[in-house]
Design a binder for this molecule. Structure first.
Ligand SMILES: NC(=O)c1ccc[n+]([C@@H]2O[C@H](COP(=O)([O-])OP(=O)(O)OC[C@H]3O[C@@H](n4cnc5c(N)ncnc54)[C@H](OP(=O)(O)O)[C@@H]3O)[C@@H](O)[C@H]2O)c1
Length: 270
């Protein structure tokens, strides 16, 4: 992977900021002396200092020290975080935002219509280097900007480029998706405990089953339906479970849940 050029500024160094930057540094994509960080929490700044990152003394100092600005604050913190630094940023800034529900149009209201903006929806497995991120870019972006975004998010998982109109569906699928799998795992553990397994054992087996199924899905390069059929012999145990799921409209429930998440994402983005 080629090293990234230029100077990077991270506004907000919370869970996601730290995870993404950690992956980027570990992969050698950027050297720490090219990255400035600003976060109002002293404990976050200490964590940044320990990684060798440049700790900006103020948001204004961060703005003057970067040509790519990474927005990793909460959406509701955007206004307070951005207003004081807008007139301090270089004119040709590239903006990369991971804020859920904040559209390119909203960001253009801050940065201007010619601003180069990448809007990204990552997910929490990025904390474990196994994230799934979708990237949408403004029509003002240059091909190199998208390559920068892909390189950053490939450092903590996979990165897919999508039209911005896909972002609500992406949010409902991979953004919120980890929680669906955690919930399914929780339910499986409870059921296994009811069948007589000790809870810690059930958690270890269920967790490894989740990871193993995911790895098999990626490595086998087959559709999930094909892998499911391969482990389902008629009249067997898996068959009995799947028939019960079907009888209780499992597919319809999942569809409704994802639709509800996408609807909520559309609402929040208004
Ligand atoms: N976590 C996810 O699964 C996920 C998935 C997709 C997208 N995202 C997006 O990622 C973004 C960051 O999420 P997170 O989980 O990393 O949140 P987080 O841990 O709360 O990190 C945000 C950091 O920004 C700091 N901050 C607040 N005001 C600031 C300011 N004016 N200037 C600079 N920094 C400021 C916060 O400090 P305080 O704690 O003092 O406020 C906090 O340390 C959010 O916009 C979220 O929508 C998250």
């Amino acid at each position: 992977m080629p090293r990234l050029e230029g100077r990077y500024g991270f506004l907000g160094y919370g869970n996601m900021g730290e995870a993404i930057l950690g992956g980027v540094l570990n992969k050698g994509l950027l050297s720490a002396d090219r990255v400035s960080v600003y976060d109002p929490l002293p404990v976050r700044m200490s964590a940044a200092r320990e990684r060798g990152l440049i700790c900006a003394a103020s948001p204004a100092a961060l703005a003057g020290a970067c040509d790519t600005l990474f927005l990793a604050v909460k959406p509701q913190q955007l206004e307070n975080a951005l207003r004081p630094i807008l007139d301090k940023l270089p004119a040709d800034i590239l903006v990369i935002s991971i804020m859920a529900g904040i559209s390119i149009a909203v960001l253009r209201n801050y940065f201007g219509k010619d601003a180069r903006i990448l809007r990204v929806m990552p997910n929490t497995p990025a904390l474990a280097g196994a994230g799934a991120a979708a990237l949408a870019c403004s029509d003002t972006c240059r091909p190199g900007d998208i390559e920068i975004g892909k390189a950053i998010f490939n450092a903590v998982g996979i990165a897919e480029v999508v039209p911005e109109s896909c972002m609500d569906a992406v949010t409902a699928l991979s953004g919120s998706g980890p929680a669906y799998f955690f919930y399914l795992t929780e339910c499986m553990v409870k059921a296994a405990v009811a069948e007589g397994l000790p809870e810690p054992l059930a958690e270890r087996l269920a967790g490894q089953t989740l990871v193993g199924a995911g790895q098999l899905l990626l490595q086998a390069n087959k559709a999930p339906a094909v892998l499911r059929e391969q482990v389902t012999s008629k009249g067997g145990t898996t068959f009995a479970a799947l028939e019960t799921l079907r009888a209780h409209a499992y597919e319809e429930i999942v569809q409704r849940a994802i639709h509800a998440a996408a609807d909520r994402s559309r609402e929040l983005g208004k």
